[in-house]
Ligand binder design. Structure first.
Ligand SMILES: Nc1nc2c(ncn2[C@@H]2O[C@H](COP(=O)(O)OP(=O)(O)OP(=O)(O)O)[C@@H](O)[C@H]2O)c(=O)[nH]1
Length: 316
């Protein structure tokens, strides 16, 4: 008897839309089932893998590139090896980096060596209700490509917009696809675990041309590291003054007093600090930045961060 094919769910969406928040929920909901997740961060560190590994061990990371461009071969190899695991996996969830076009991942799943082993269940695109309509140029085109590839759109962060803004977003997105509104990427199980959903055939979904180059080239990324702890109020002020060309900041930061480790998440004008679990390796601050192509303000940003560092006496 042949084994059933592994269901694959692809989670897509622009930088900071709420993909990792959704992934964490999925992992918790699927507890007890054979589920593995693949996460792809565009920057030099795979922050998402570290965050998701706080809730599951079955995390595989593809790093330092866009999953649909430079690391596509790695994705193929990773999927082929997951297909061999015994007992057989029931589901794989792939979280694309915020710079990826999920349609290219869908194409990867159609490769002959994978087709007999796994089957695309659905592409879920998470849309940041606060920022989707503010994107411009090639960034707006990329966000539209992510929407166009979706079987289900999750309109997330609805707690941060009013009814008129939400309606404007719905009008702009059109009504072609199933849409669900969410706060903190709350998604009913029936919408992603029920594999008998009547989905639009994939072949009818257009491939959108976003850019002639690889998506990674639309963005520049930068890593800042320090062994010193940072003063949180100084850091908050620095974040408030970030140029709008910086789309995303995330990573682990040591804060005074006591050099306690926190996850910093910054999207647009909003920042969040969450204490990291004790077993997260936290011997230094490591922050990844993603900005528009050609952004050249890194030196000034680095100086601002240096100015927030505090040399703490060990053990204090
Ligand atoms: N207010 C609010 N914040 C949210 C919501 N969903 C997610 N966030 C916050 O938005 C930030 C980014 O969320 P992530 O889940 O990391 O976003 P992401 O799409 O994985 O980000 P990248 O992988 O960097 O592209 C975090 O600080 C989340 O806590 C929401 O519905 N409302």
């Amino acid at each position: 008897m042949t084994s059933p094919r592994i269901a694959v769910t692809v989670v897509s969406g622009f930088l900071g839309a709420g993909k990792t928040t959704l992934l964490n929920r999925m992992v918790r909901r699927a507890e007890g089932s054979r589920l593995a997740v693949i996460v792809n961060d565009f920057g030099e560190l795979n922050i998402d893998a570290a965050i998701v590994s706080e809730v599951t061990d079955a995390v595989y990371s593809l790093q330092n590139g866009c999953i649909c461009c430079t690391v596509q071969e790695d994705l193929l190899a990773q999927l082929a090896s997951l297909a061999q695991l015994e007992p057989r996996l029931e589901r794989i969830v792939i979280e694309c980096s915020g710079v990826s076009d999920p349609q290219r991942i869908v194409q990867t799943l159609a490769y002959p060596q994978l087709r007999s082993q796994m089957q695309l269940d659905m592409v879920i695109t998470v849309v940041d209700a606060t920022r989707h309509l503010q994107l411009d140029g090639e960034y707006a085109r990329l966000a539209r490509a992510q929407v166009a590839a979706a079987d289900l759109l999750l309109l997330n962060k609805t707690d941060l917009v009013d009814a008129a803004q939400l309606q404007a977003l719905r009008d702009a997105l059109g009504a072609r696809t199933r849409v669900h509104e969410s706060v903190q990427a709350e998604l009913p199980d029936a919408l992603w675990l029920d594999t008998d959903l009547d989905l639009e055939p994939r072949a009818q979904k257009p491939l959108t041309r976003v850019s002639d180059s690889d998506h990674g080239e639309m963005f520049s990324s930068w890593l800042w590291q320090s062994n010193a702890a940072l003063d949180v109020e100084c850091l908050r002020g620095w974040l408030r003054a970030l140029p709008s060309d910086v789309f995303r900041v995330k990573g682990l930061v040591l804060l005074t007093p006591g050099s306690t480790a926190h996850w910093l998440q910054h999207v647009g004008t909003r920042s969040q600090f969450l204490p990291a679990l004790d077993d997260v390796r936290a011997d230094a601050t490591r922050l990844v930045f993603i900005a528009r192509r050609g952004f050249d303000g890194w030196e000034a940003l680095g100086q601002g961060l240096e100015d927030c560092t505090v040399k703490e006496v060990a053990g204090v």
